[in-house]
Design a protein around this ligand. Structure first.
Ligand code: URA
Length: 207
């Protein structure tokens, strides 16, 4: 599986803000949105484009647009904080939703929502989830996408655990990973260490 870790001072400072336990919810949300923009730049670096003639106020020239507007799929709840930033960069994108809770005893994903176009053939898909921990939620999401014909899938995650990266690679599912960091490990509660805590709680407050 192709894995790209974004190495940029601005990404590192935004991630540090998110990691800091003193950061309040609003500042965390802003940092997540800004970092999502940087990750999306990288995720779209090799996106196919088409040329089309345009006129500047001065002369005709060649313009560029994305060949295929992508589908953005935030994984609720934590992926919500990424979707507006991603859509701002790619305004023509469509948005689908997957909702997955986490069983706090077993750490297994518990799906509760699936709202996706029926046919994803030929569509580039970007799955937005700040945390790639065990990989269970991401794997479930990828299976839903592949069942609808998706073959060009990018997982955009802020922090990844080595266990989650290995699980995705072992799944054989067609996915590329863009992340700002691969951390040390998971703890006994399947939280990423050092990580940033619960990405949903950090954005929206504890449940
Ligand atoms: N989900 C989170 O929000 N944080 C983790 O550390 C792991 C999973």
């Amino acid at each position: 599986m192709r894995t790209d870790t974004v190495d940029h001072p601005l990404a590192a400072t935004l991630l540090s803000t998110m990691r800091d336990a003193r950061t309040d919810n609003a500042t965390f949300r802003n940092a997540l949105a800004d970092l999502t923009g940087i990750l999306m730049y990288e995720a779209l670096r090799d996106a196919p484009v088409v040329r089309e003639p345009i006129d500047t106020p001065v002369a005709p020239t060649d313009g560029i647009r994305l060949a295929a507007p992508p589908l953005l799929v935030p994984v609720l709840r934590a992926g919500l904080g990424m979707v507006y930033a991603a859509a701002e960069l790619v305004p023509q994108a469509r948005v689908g939703f997957v909702g997955i809770a986490r069983d706090e005893q077993t750490h297994e994903p518990v799906p509760y929502l699936e709202s996706l176009p029926a046919d994803l053939t030929g569509l580039p898909v970007f799955v937005l989830d700040p945390m790639l921990a065990t990989g269970g939620s991401m794997r479930h999401t990828l299976e839903l996408l592949v069942a609808r014909g998706a073959t060009d899938i990018t997982a955009v995650c802020v922090v990844s655990a080595p266990e989650g990266v290995a699980a995705l690679a072992a799944s054989g599912l067609p996915v590329r990973l863009i992340t700002a960091a691969i951390d040390d490990k998971l703890n006994e509660n399947a939280y990423i260490v050092p990580g940033l805590g619960d990405a949903g709680d950090r954005q929206f407050g504890p449940r």
